[in-house]
Design a protein around this ligand. Structure first.
Ligand code: GL7
Length: 825
């Protein structure tokens, strides 16, 4: 599995003339236009179609090789895949980027213009969904048999507009004019049952048979997105299910005097895959969301079983040898009772045999400790939508309780704690417990997070199942997050250490010995400056704000959430502003604070924080007294393609979550890889980044997890900080005036209230002074140009650990036990 020693870029499969001919052919024959009439959108589509020829050829060969070798494969079940754009990535992976760019130039077209035509595939919310996209990239690159399974949302994450400072949500329509990558596979349609009731029957041998009479049936139509590995050898598939009405079936059932549930009116089939739930890190306890989860899991399991049966017929004994399913969080956890249902009710295996298979097939990744994000479904809701599954969950739990009783005899409190069913006013099904019990491996996503999963989230499970809980630290694909998004830096690195780092990111270590070399420092920082110029242009276009490219570009990009503490950054910006107003000679290097963040539409305080950032930005950006020392730019509609522009331009990476709250983070890795220096807490993967780059090359501040817990246990009172620190008091009081919202006093007061009256749940005030001091240290460090360049280079050089190839290698070794499959041509 080790990366082979390739010295070169992927060698192009076709030359410029052939590529040019292919583009023209598609312009004429696929799009029905010509070189004179074509606009950028048509050029984009024709270019996609030209490369898609190579993609589909690779896909065909891959599927044939996997079939002939009867490979064991991983099936990555995820409600989210945040793919972004694919054209530039696919061109890079085939080594065709320069070929395409040259061919288009000869046709009078700039490749950078047509790349901008591609809508992002935003079928995810944030880190969890983007992680899934990085993982399938690595799986294909490492020639591992894998398939991603998810939902073909008609609308992805909303498009964010900012109107008078406030977030407005608009629908995202990523496939309005057709998506050139996806292929519909009507031959593999599946049917999914919902609602209805369960009939108990008795078989000949006295065996109890359960028959589910559904009230409604929907169709799942698969769309395949090819996933091209680096060097284009393996092309795997992301299979996304779209829901459609299956009226003819329901009609037949009805005519045959069958049962059609009145409930079926509740959900019309097409709505199931209509929209992505835009909630990030909150449990969305909605019936439709449960149906979405069940819909894609049921389709995917049936698809897997269809493929397995083609090779092995009804012999289930090898199923667990061939199939491993990774549950990306608990969103697909309903797969566990669904597979049990198929095995017990349909295949008529005994319970123990079925459970033996199930618990060898599933593995589960936990992505959060936040209680509000741990999914629980009312038993009543599951009973209504999936009556047979609730029975199966009870049976799983019944047998599990017996295990608990064996380990802790008579301990009812322990049973209540570990049960899949939470008793209370309303019985709830804990999807996390179900996932741990039904899986053979459970992992957290960074060392610290996995430690907390063991010590505070699931300690008893760890005792009951020693070795089941493990860690796989997240990673990012360097193909997208350096090679494609930062071509200038990539070329500089190629020249310095050779071209095989995108496959073997540890090679970046080779840069470390040049970190103090003055010439290399100049080259590295020249690239950074050019990237800052590009971002400055974007800021000008999008916000009409002029920024100085010699300023420190300080970047905070992530979903808007209190625990991520964008408001901590805001308070510091306000404090700096005050210092300048009080002392016009206040000594600081000019800084541009750049934000990108979407707030869940129903998360009021998150939206208030966006509003406050924009209002403070307006004031500061237009106040001549600031003398351009501070600029604040909130770029609207943060998404993968915008991240690709922001990350290469960042000097400083803000990773300032309350310790213990960010499971890992992956933006932290992307920014450091591109030479940004982190200011951050000891949280998530920041801890491991600090280990890699060393204490001198990162600015760590603030409370540790232990200190957070201790402070909380001793009764944290934010008022202490408010009254003791005059700057904190002044800044919070400022929020209450109409200074930033003329004529509307109190428009920003909810932030102050959350930090004082509501007890400051994420300890913003407790960390304020440490953060503010760390920012002063950043400022001082930046002024020493050589020292800063050295830090930036070291950050890039030490990111080898955080390639998603390493994460996948860890999964393969610790969990999946997969082997690569060579693709025969
Ligand atoms: C998340 C975590 O918050 C984030 O820290 C982690 O990097 C990511 C991928 O493991 O998963 N968990 C979660 O529910 N979301 C995340 O981004 C939405």
């Amino acid at each position: 599995m080790n990366a082979k020693a390739t010295k070169t870029q992927p060698s192009p499969v076709i030359d410029k003339a052939a590529f040019k001919a292919a583009v023209i052919k598609h312009l004429h024959c696929t799009l029905g236009t010509d070189e004179n009439k074509a606009n950028n959108h048509a050029w984009w589509k024709a270019t996609c179609a030209a490369i898609q020829e190579q993609v589909l050829e690779g896909l065909r060969k891959t599927q044939k090789s996997h079939y002939l070798n009867d490979t064991r494969a991983v099936h990555y079940f995820s409600a989210e895949f945040l793919m972004g754009r694919l054209l530039s990535n696919n061109l890079q992976n085939f080594g065709l980027f320069d070929v395409a760019s040259g061919a288009l130039k000869e046709l009078g077209v700039e490749i950078s213009d047509i790349l901008e035509e591609e809508p992002d595939m935003a079928l995810g919310n944030g880190g969890l969904g983007r992680l899934a996209a990085c993982f399938i990239d690595s799986l294909a690159t490492m020639e591992l048999p894998a398939i991603g399974y998810g939902i073909h949302y008609e609308h992805g994450l909303f498009r964010q507009e900012i109107k008078s400072g406030a977030q407005i949500e608009r629908p995202d329509s990523w496939r309005d004019y057709g998506n050139p990558w996806e292929i519909c596979r009507p031959e593999s349609i599946q049917e999914v049952s919902l609602y209805g009731y369960v009939e108990t029957k008795y078989g000949d041998n006295g065996r109890v048979l359960k028959e589910w009479h559904p009230g409604s049936i929907v169709k799942g139509v698969p769309w395949d997105i090819p996933v091209v590995g680096y060097e284009g050898k393996t092309v795997n598939v992301l299979r996304l299910w779209q829901s459609e009405a299956s009226d003819y079936f329901n009609w037949d059932v009805f005519n045959a005097g069958g049962y059609v549930d009145a409930q079926r009116e509740n959900v019309s089939a097409e709505t199931i895959s209509k929209v992505l739930y835009p909630n990030d890190e909150t449990e969305a306890g909605k019936e439709l969301r449960l149906i979405q989860q069940y819909f894609f899991c049921s389709c995917s399991l049936k698809d897997i079983i269809r493929r397995y049966k083609r090779a092995h017929g009804d012999d289930w004994s090898r199923f667990a040898d061939q199939v491993v399913i990774q549950l990306n969080d608990t969103h697909p956890a309903i797969s566990i009772p669904e597979l049990m249902r198929i095995l017990v009710d349909r295949a008529e295996l005994g319970w123990d045999e079925a459970w033996g298979i199930c618990t060898k097939v599933f593995a589960y990744t936990n992505h959060t400790l936040l209680p509000e994000a741990l999914e629980k479904w009312p038993a009543r809701m599951i009973e209504k939508i999936l009556p047979r599954h609730l029975e199966i969950i009870y049976e799983i739990n019944h047998r599990f309780m017996a295990e608990v009783d064996k380990k802790w005899p008579g301990d009812n409190a322990m049973k209540a704690k570990l049960s899949i069913i939470e008793e209370g006013n309303e019985k709830m099904v804990r999807m996390g417990h179900l996932s741990v019990i039904g899986s053979f491996a459970v992992n957290g996503v960074a060392e610290m997070h996995s430690r907390l999963v063991k010590s505070s989230l699931f300690p008893e499970f760890d005792e009951l199942y020693p070795g089941k809980l493990t860690n796989v630290t997240n990673g990012i694909t360097p193909r997208r997050w350096l090679k494609a998004c930062n071509p200038a830096l990539s070329k500089l690195i190629d020249k310095k250490i050779g071209e095989d780092w995108p496959r073997d990111l540890d090679k970046l270590q080779g840069l470390a010995k040049f970190a103090s070399n003055k010439t290399f420092q100049k080259q590295f920082m020249k690239v950074k400056l050019e990237n800052k110029e590009l971002l400055a242009e974007e800021i000008r276009k999008s916000l009409d704000i002029e920024v100085d490219v010699n300023a420190i570009f300080d970047v905070q990009i992530k979903r808007l959430h209190e625990y991520k503490r964008q408001h901590l950054a805001l308070l510091n910006i306000m404090a700096l502003y005050r210092r300048i107003l009080e002392n016009p000679d206040y000594d600081m290097h000019p800084r541009v604070f750049v934000f990108g963040a979407k707030a869940a539409p129903g998360y009021k305080l998150a939206k208030d924080i966006i509003f406050a950032i924009n209002k403070v930005a307006d004031k500061i950006n237009n106040d001549p007294r600031v003398n351009n020392k501070i600029k604040v730019a909130f770029l609207p509609n943060y998404r993968v393609s915008l991240a690709e522009k922001m990350i290469p331009a960042a000097d400083v990476s803000e990773q300032i979550s309350t310790a213990g709250k960010e499971a890992s983070g992956t933006g932290n890795m992307k920014l450091a890889l591109n030479g940004a220096v982190t200011i951050g807490t000891l949280d998530g993967a920041n801890v491991e980044i600090a280990e890699e780059v060393g204490d001198d090359n990162i600015f760590i501040f603030g409370l540790t997890v232990e200190e957070v817990n201790e402070l909380k246990a001793n009764g944290y009172n934010p008022h202490d900080y408010y009254y003791k620190d005059p700057e904190i008091k002044a800044v919070l009081d400022w929020l209450e005036t109409d200074y930033f919202t003329p004529g509307k006093p109190g428009a920003l007061v909810s932030i102050k209230q959350s930090l004082l009256d509501n007890g400051d749940p994420y300890m913003v005030l407790a960390d304020f002074r440490a953060y503010s001091d760390a920012q002063i240290a950043v400022d001082a460090a930046y002024r020493d140009k050589e020292r800063w360049a050295e830090m930036a280079i070291i950050n890039t050089a030490k990111m080898g650990k955080f390639t998603s190839d390493r994460s996948i290698r860890d999964y393969v070794e610790r969990v999946w036990k997969l082997s690569p499959c060579k693709i025969e041509s």
